[in-house]
Write a protein of this length. Structure first.
Length: 567
């Protein structure tokens, strides 16, 4: 079964189990009278459990190899069930006090005493207010959940969710402006991700910035702050919410002024925490002259920010899971295509010996080699190294390989063939960040002559059996796929019995040992000279063994490829 289907099954099993727990908790809530529980709630829990199990069974029996949509839906329902579970647990664990008045025949002694002190009318008024506020908060929470479920499939889903949360809480506490900042753990920064309304900046503006509303707000929307020496960083570091009613007395608040829109009024700063870890911060402002924020505003903002933090973290986690799954799937597809393109068996050609090394790192390899018998007077040897990883990498490799196989059969020279191939690949929009280094060697057995050309830095070396010396034949040039007008020159070399040519990708000589030293090209040249009387296969094996000894237990960071041809 495909990876995404397996992940979907895991989330469906978890959702059905959580639905069962919710069903039990609803009985407890109804018995304790901590909230009103209708039969619709029980039916919803049973429907969630039954639907998850039915979908799970259908998915297991399905013949579809892949279903990203099912994975996304199963994750969304899992997240929603977790949030409902958390709410049910809260209702089960707290002891009802004033709310007990809502349930007939459950008035306890504490409530009777309260009635005697405050009067029945006062209690009734408080209960109505409590019920209205609770319903309003739940409506906002539902809005957060609905918006989060839509953010999984949207390209701008996270931005839309942050803007929705920002606007909702801003309107609830009647703030003039609101911002959400998210913490970047890698760079120790907190950056603005959502900006709404009029928010007088509490930090010092750049000295060369004109004091115009549009310029100031634009600067604020894209601002980042270190986690120290500023109000945003200090709130995120301390993890404590703060109400600032006298900004002129707070050393962390900078008064820009003198323009009215820059004058600081009152602020609320609330860290967004998940399991005591601050993932971001939400801040609110009321302009100078407006009614200041109070403790009730701080309490409302803190409660809603706490729930918003949970929603945001769940969306981040789900998106990371989806992205990771997509990368695995992309890697699987690309690797499968690449394996199909890699030669499984080298041709047997009279008078020639071949030795190869192909050691790809995990995932998609950017290296490939090929040996093509085109005509009686042309045998082509190819070594390529495509930059980048992923599907685009495989597409460029496939195009490069297919084009070369198509045009080496023509009478064009090696340099002209590379120019044709380069013109075709450089014209494709998806190859902007994916170029290739390629060596093309055409051998004419009727004349014992090499005709070669290179695009990029892939080297071609020639071992002269008469002088027992090695010469580099290739010249560095523009890689394939960068510029459609690139010119590639032809280089010729006479060949005799006992001569050797070899080419490799840069991953071979960039292999590191435990001391951080690179495996040098000189090591390869020495091995070729010392093993020149051996077969091409034995020469390649000697280089492979030497590199393995050199690297020891160090991991391979780049693909390694080698092609040795002995005449």
């Amino acid at each position: 079964m495909a990876l995404s289907n397996s992940l979907a099954n895991i989330f469906l099993i978890a959702t059905s189990a959580i639905s069962l727990v919710i069903f039990v908790l609803l009985f407890i809530i109804k018995k304790k009278s901590t909230a009103r529980v209708s039969y619709v709630a029980f039916l919803s829990a049973l429907s969630g459990m039954g639907g998850s199990i039915a979908t799970l069974i259908a998915n297991i029996n399905s013949e579809d190899s892949e279903s990203i949509s099912l994975l996304i839906i199963s994750i969304a329902f899992f997240v929603i069930s977790i949030l409902v579970l958390a709410y049910c647990i809260v209702l089960c664990t707290f002891e009802p006090k004033v709310i007990s008045k809502l349930v007939p025949h459950s008035v306890n002694e504490a409530t009777k005493k309260l009635e005697a002190e405050m009067g029945a009318e006062a209690i009734k008024k408080d209960l109505i207010s409590f019920t209205e506020n609770d319903k309003k908060s739940m409506d906002m929470v539902k809005g957060f959940i609905n918006q989060s479920s839509m953010s999984f499939t949207s390209e701008n889903g996270m931005t839309d969710l942050l803007n929705y949360i920002n606007t909702t809480i801003k309107n609830e506490i009647n703030a003039d402006g609101a911002i959400i900042l998210m913490v970047d753990d890698f760079e120790d920064l907190i950056s603005v991700k959502s900006f709404e309304g009029d928010f007088p900046p509490p930090y010092k503006l750049p000295s060369d910035m004109p004091h115009k509303p549009i310029r100031v707000s634009t600067n604020f929307k894209f601002a980042s702050f270190p986690l120290r020496e500023n109000i945003f960083g200090e709130i995120a570091t301390s993890g404590k919410a703060e109400l600032v009613t006298n900004p002129e007395l707070d050393y962390r608040i900078y008064q820009n002024g003198p323009e009215d829109f820059l004058l600081c009024g009152t602020y609320i700063f609330v860290p967004m925490k998940v399991s005591d870890r601050v993932i971001g911060e939400i801040a609110f402002a009321r302009k100078k002259g407006n009614i200041p924020f109070n403790e009730d505003d701080l309490k409302i903002a803190t409660n809603l920010a706490d729930f918003a933090a949970i929603i945001i973290q769940y969306v981040i986690s789900v998106k990371e899971t989806i992205e990771h799954n997509n990368l695995l799937m992309e890697s699987y597809i690309a690797t499968h295509i690449q394996d199909m393109l890699h030669p499984t068996k080298l041709p047997v050609i009279k008078g020639l010996q071949f030795g190869t090394l192909w050691n790809p790192v995990d995932g998609v390899c950017g290296d490939f080699y090929d040996i093509l018998v085109s005509r009686k007077d042309r045998i082509s040897f190819i070594m390529g190294d495509v930059a980048g990883k992923g599907i685009n990498n495989v597409l460029v490799m496939s195009m490069l390989r297919a084009m070369l196989r198509l045009v080496v059969n023509t009478k064009q020279s090696a340099g002209k063939i590379l120019e044709w191939v380069n013109h075709g690949i450089a014209g494709e929009s998806f190859t902007t960040d994916h170029f290739a280094s390629c060596a093309l060697i055409n051998y004419d057995p009727t004349k014992n002559q090499l005709e070669l050309s290179t695009g990029g830095t892939t080297p071609i070396y020639y071992y002269n059996s008469k002088s027992n010396m090695i010469e580099k034949l290739s010249k560095s040039s523009e890689p394939i796929g960068v510029d459609k007008t690139s010119i590639y020159k032809d280089i010729f070399q006479e060949i005799k019995s006992g001569d050797i040519i070899f080419t490799y990708t840069d991953g071979l000589v960039e292999t590191l040992n435990e001391n951080g030293q690179q495996y040098s090209k000189e090591s390869i040249l020495k091995l070729v000279i010392s093993n020149h009387s051996a077969s091409a296969k034995d020469i390649a094996n000697a280089i492979k063994a030497d590199i393995k000894t050199f690297a020891g237990n160090m991991p391979v960071h780049d693909d390694q490829s080698l092609l040795v041809v002995k005449f």
